[in-house]
Write a protein that binds this ligand. Sequence first.
Ligand code: DC
Length: 241
Amino acid sequence: MTESIIHSQRPQTTDGHLREQRLIVTIDGPAGAGKSTVAKLLALRLGYLYLDTGALYRAVAWKVRTSGIDPSDHEAVAKLLPSTTVTMAYRPEQARVSVEKQDVTEEIRTPEISRLASVVSAIPAVREWLLPVQRRIGSAGGVVAEGRDLGTRVFPAADVKFFLEADMEVRAARRHRELTAAGHAAPLTETRQDIQTRDTQDRSRDIAPLVPASDANVVDTSDLTVDQVVDRMMAVIAAKL
Ligand code: DC
């Protein structure tokens, strides 16, 4: 049995300055709400690690697909996990994600893997398998962790919790722009349908559904610029530093 490990190396801060208080900051929310963009910027400003937990679910989805396993066969998916090794290697610009030895950083961003990641993330064995991995990376603090259940399940005692929301049209347009820039152009209607389906799945699954933690700061990003969102969030974080 191959051990499943994640190598995480703390990133260099831009000015070499590390704050003494190393908080756990969580950001949850649906696709297209702006989580990744602001999480990266906050991590950079704070000199913290940016933990993209969606990438872990995407890596599992990639493995399921390349193994030719039917994702509705939960037992087969569960059997695949012990022989799966996901590695996140931190680089200044972006974390590289590998499954076994293969770099899948770009491949896990396709619409197909987005759909499959949402499906496999509803499988209890997958969530159980990824839980200690995420906690191992983040529990020492100095982390901005982004996903769906960070504030509710992975880090329920996080120092600062955010839940980002945005109107469906705004989210669809943002995701469409991102996909087009990454070379995965598809009609806007298809992107909108994809994120609607994914949202419904992520919000309605039995285990760790997408829901704001009771103590989360909810931010609607529909009419805000990235800088405005980051400034608003920094003000909340600064009160804890
Ligand atoms: O954030 P993302 O779009 O890369 O996430 C892909 C899928 O992974 C998402 O549709 C649901 C799942 N996911 C999850 O269930 N829990 C998380 N903490 C992060 C992602």
